[in-house]
Design a protein around this ligand. Structure first.
Ligand SMILES: Cc1cc2nc3c(=O)[nH]c(=O)nc-3n(C[C@H](O)[C@H](O)[C@H](O)COP(=O)(O)OP(=O)(O)OC[C@H]3O[C@@H](n4cnc5c(N)ncnc54)[C@H](O)[C@@H]3O)c2cc1C
Length: 475
């Protein structure tokens, strides 16, 4: 059932899921389908987490925050762990473009196309390209990290900044990877993305989350929105520490297990408390680095106006060379444009969302005036860039606003507005949480590879199996 804000929850659950992001939602659905009694508590007034949307100008414009593209694997995940209707709305994005001072290219983002671009456009030897792709396709996440992304690219394509840009830039946007991150984080995500192209959900984020909500309720999940969990309640027993429920607005809700979809650091240090973990674990957890954040500029096109077909997803940059640091700079000239044509929602409307990677500190340390000035500058820079792709577009826009890392922190409770969870080392900590505190699990963007729509949903499934095992054991 869907609880109202004031409703009291008196039941006891087999699992309480904290957070309705894609990982939390998918874990909840899987557990409920298996007949488990599940309560899902979400801090916000809607489900989805980063998979979100918002309306402006009296609902005339709907903006999708993170629906820019995901791998084909999402079809299988939705078919298996959600339902066929959701899976059947996933369609390929045909127009992926790259526009920068080094090259202008269009790709369907498949392995075949990337390989042929590398040989035909970038003139890389066929053998070199084949060996590189073989190495990527054979990576798996149990492998110990060998090379960094930078070393991997330099090994196969030495002194080819243009090739590095072509291969890494989309992944930097997709999960915040840098040249210093382990090559495996690149290999796995790249080979995921590259198997059959980039995909989107027809109907928009609002529709997919609505369909997921209906499926959850159908499968018997209890859902309560506007319910920020303050504390995970842990009991000290002779066998060890054990999660026994959560505290919501000062009241205990009992459960046999708790799965947090919140940020891993908040889960350990804010919601649980470090006293319940071994000192060695806490030491390692403190070393986990958060991933970077994002900025976005949302542009709504006037009713009746149209945009030409300029592509669905455009990797645009004015930087003469590719540097991952440049992509993070507050003054970056590199951004993606996601263009939503009327076909997205069948509503005759066009919107454009521009995204850049960003550092939380660059925005959080500004005074109020400095912040407003930087935001205005970012909006203006974005408009100037878009005008190069669509001359005169400024006149067609009747709504424009921007979000920064501080906006992201405010709405998602992610430490430092981290868009893609943690760096690689966060995965190990997340997966070992239940070995420290019985019945306490985590699922959600960690370790780069478990982020993004597909990574988060799949990690929800993986952790739901762990919860199942635990519940079986204790019964
Ligand atoms: C700007 C941007 C663009 C992106 N673009 C893409 C893209 O094009 N393709 C792609 O695949 N991925 C994209 N992503 C990433 C993707 O959206 C996320 O990796 C994924 O949605 C994260 O899911 P999650 O399950 O980890 O949880 P989150 O989405 O982080 O959700 C966690 C939920 O937990 C809730 N919560 C936290 N603490 C509490 C608490 N104490 N009590 C109750 N509830 C709590 C939060 O409110 C939130 O709803 C993008 C992300 C950003 C920020």
């Amino acid at each position: 059932m869907l609880f109202k804000k004031k409703d009291e929850i008196n039941d006891e659950y087999e699992t309480i899921i904290i957070g309705g992001g894609l990982a939390g939602l998918t874990a909840a659905n899987k557990l409920a389908k298996n007949g488990r009694k599940v309560l899902l508590l979400e801090a916000h007034n809607k489900l989805g987490g980063f998979a979100t949307w918002f309306k402006r100008a009296k609902g005339n414009h709907i903006f999708d925050v993170s629906l820019h593209g995901f791998p084909v694997g999402m079809i299988k995940t939705c078919k298996k762990y959600w339902n066929k209707d959701i899976a059947s709305r996933i369609v390929q994005l045909k127009g992926v473009r790259f526009v920068n001072p080094m090259y202008e290219l269009q790709s369907d983002f498949t392995v075949e196309d990337f390989k042929s671009k590398l040989t035909d456009h970038f003139k890389c030897p066929q053998e070199q390209v084949d060996t590189f792709f073989n190495e990527l396709m054979n990576m798996n996440y149990y492998d110990a990290p060998k090379m960094t992304n930078g070393e991997l690219l330099n090994h196969y394509f030495p002194d080819r900044n243009d090739v590095h840009r072509f291969l890494l830039e989309p992944i930097v946007y997709a999960n915040g990877s840098t040249l210093e991150d382990p090559g495996i984080t690149y290999g796995i995500v790249f080979s995921n993305f590259m198997s059959k192209g980039v995909f989107t959900f027809e109907g928009g984020t609002d529709l997919v989350i609505q369909m997921m909500k209906e499926e959850l309720l159908k499968n018997g999940v209890d859902i309560k929105l506007q319910s920020k969990v303050d504390r995970i309640v842990v009991e000290e027993t002779p066998e060890g520490n054990k999660a026994v429920g959560v505290e919501l607005k000062g009241k205990l809700i009992k459960a046999k297990s708790v799965l947090s979809n919140g940020n891993i650091m908040s889960t350990i240090f804010k919601m649980t408390g470090e006293q319940y973990f071994k000192p060695e674990f806490i030491e390692k957890a403190k070393e986990v680095r958060l991933n970077t954040s994002s900025c976005q500029v949302y542009m709504g096109i006037k009713e009746g106006e149209t945009l030409p077909e300029i592509g669905d997803l455009i990797f645009y940059s004015e930087a003469p060379e590719f540097k991952t640091d440049e992509l993070l700079d507050i003054n970056t000239s590199s951004r993606t444009f996601s263009v939503y044509y009327p076909k997205t929602r069948d509503d005759g409307r066009y919107t454009v969302v521009a995204s850049t990677n960003a550092r939380f500190e660059d925005w959080s340390n500004l005074t109020e005036e400095e912040y407003e000035a930087e935001k205005e500058k970012m909006i203006e820079d974005t408009l100037c860039a878009l005008e190069k792709l669509v001359p005169g577009v400024r006149e067609k826009i009747d709504f424009i606003d921007a979000a920064t890392p501080t906006t992201i922190k405010k709405f998602t409770h992610h430490e430092k507005g981290s868009s893609f969870g943690t760096k690689f080392e966060g995965l190990d900590i997340s997966m070992k949480l239940h070995k420290e505190v019985d019945g306490l699990f985590h699922s959600g963007s960690v370790g780069i590879i478990m982020s993004g729509w597909l990574g988060a949903a799949n990690y929800g499934v993986i952790q739901s199996f762990e919860v199942e095992n635990y519940l079986d054991q204790i019964s």
